[in-house]
Design a protein around this ligand. Structure first.
Ligand code: CDP
Ligand code: CDP
Length: 224
């Protein structure tokens, strides 16, 4: 008999969390939840609605009246905002530049965490983000904290952006990644921090398959 578990994957920007989380979910037949996409989706709507990124009340109310759905597809997870697909739009530079400001608001996070707890409550889930092990799936059987050097993470994001047709330079991406890591780690509301019971994996010199192998081994141990 194998146990149905919850897997929480946290870490800084472009560490490889979503690639690995998606792969592990596929291999295990679990649901994958990209919580960063949820913060990106509400940021996209806030930009479209001309809302000040510092206005916590307006942003929280906006979220409360917004539906955000994550749907699996063979090409990867698709993101729907009020029933409209925004999978590509939420990866724009504009959204990336504002998302950490929106995500810093405590009340807005409360509503996000409430939704994410609900999404993960039945187990058989792999969820990635910044506060999954510390605030969302606090009893997850497997918690991973993944990181890599800033330069390596910027290089990875650069080639990903190229594929998406987004023009950027390595310097610009290193700046963006460092700034977001700082904002995410220093905010008061559920900051980016390794959970005490999380396992740390440095992916700087590891391939996607190597990281995936490590995580599958740990998951199988927890499921036994
Ligand atoms: O993929 P990338 O590392 O660029 O970021 P993401 O996972 O899409 O998350 C975008 C932003 O959302 C992060 O920089 C955080 O500000 C925020 N976020 C958060 O605060 N908590 C989460 N659980 C997930 C994302
Ligand atoms: O979700 P997060 O922002 O942590 O990172 P990601 O979007 O999964 O990964 C960023 C890029 O790094 C993707 O294009 C992956 O293919 C790549 N990657 C890699 O080259 N080597 C790894 N060990 C992990 C990810």
């Amino acid at each position: 008999m194998t146990k149905q578990i919850q897997i929480a994957i946290d870490g800084p920007a472009a560490a490889g969390k979503s690639t690995i989380a998606k792969k592990a979910a596929e291999l295990l037949g679990y649901t994958y939840v990209d919580t960063g996409a949820m913060y990106r989706a509400i940021t996209y709507k806030a930009i479209k609605s001309n809302i000040d990124m510092q206005d916590e009340d307006k942003l929280t109310n906006l979220l409360k009246e917004t539906s955000i759905e994550l749907k699996p597809s063979p090409e990867g997870q698709r993101v729907f905002l009020d029933n409209q697909e925004v999978t590509e739009e939420i990866r724009s530079k504009e959204v990336t530049a504002s998302v950490s400001l929106v995500a810093a608001h405590a009340e807005l996070r409360e509503e996000m965490v409430r939704r994410q707890v609900e999404m993960g409550k039945n187990g058989s889930v792999v969820m990635d983000g910044r506060d999954i092990g510390t605030s969302v799936l606090t009893n997850a059987e497997l918690k991973i904290f993944m990181s890599a050097s800033v330069e390596e993470r910027a290089k990875r994001r650069l080639s990903e952006n190229k594929k998406r047709g987004i023009h950027s330079s390595l310097e610009e991406l290193m700046y963006d990644i460092e700034l977001r890591d700082k904002l995410d780690s220093e905010r008061e509301a559920s900051p980016l921090v390794q959970a005490e019971d999380a396992i740390f994996i440095d992916t700087t010199s590891l391939t996607i398959d190597e990281v995936s192998e490590k995580i599958m081994k740990l998951a199988k141990e927890r499921m036994a």
